[in-house]
Design a protein around this ligand. Sequence first.
Ligand code: HEM
Length: 220
Amino acid sequence: MYIRKAAARKWLFGLLAFLAVGIGLYAFTFYGTIDSARNSGFAEGKAEDHLPDLWYTFIWLHAISAGTALGIGWLQFIRKIRRRNPNVHRIVGYLYSAGIAVGGVTGLYVAWYADGGLSGRIGFTALALVWLYTLFRGLKSIIVDRNQVEHSWWFIRNYALTCAAITLRVYVPIAAGLFGITDNNDSFTVIAWLCWIPNLLFAEMLISGRGQSRQRPIEL
Ligand code: HEM
């Protein structure tokens, strides 16, 4: 029974890593330069919004910084890497954190212009704020407080929020396929919230489900 559970966990983790790398690569493919960001289907779909020039720079910065963080963040939860090569954990950690810092600040800016009306804008703004806050707590817990357990909990929460980039891209086709909602202005009213709140609840479940082993960092 235990072996089956452990195998299922590894499969799920593998799927997560696959989606994270895939969507990170998608960000680099379509938003690798400011010009490609400008010519992306997503930006062209927002042409009617008469976006300021700065938006294109920020969406480019946002996509490559957050895309990097998403693509490498899962590595941090692999125990073997941490034990055998703590320097890799440190370097990936700082790169990941820089990605979230830039992705979060630019996310705050692009949230102001997001589809989905007021609900979409507030949903993405709240996500960016919680994302930056959990990053701050994750860094503080290890750099200042030297508390590995809390460090792992805050980064579980933080990566669950980073994975909003995955869940959003799962919900958009579901909204189109199941409910016929193809306009982001309609779907983002809900998806701007749905892409991250269940992720955060899942992270809380993982953390509180540690039972007797609550005092150990979460790892694979
Ligand atoms: C978790 C915090 C995040 C916040 C608050 C956030 C916020 C936003 C916002 C507001 C938009 C514009 C939506 C619109 O104008 O309607 C956007 C677009 C985008 N974001 Fe993020 N984002 C986050 C995470 C990520 C991550 C981790 C990635 C990594 C791939 C990412 C990649 C993109 C891309 C590529 C776009 C352009 C739209 C597309 O092609 O799908 N974002 N984001």
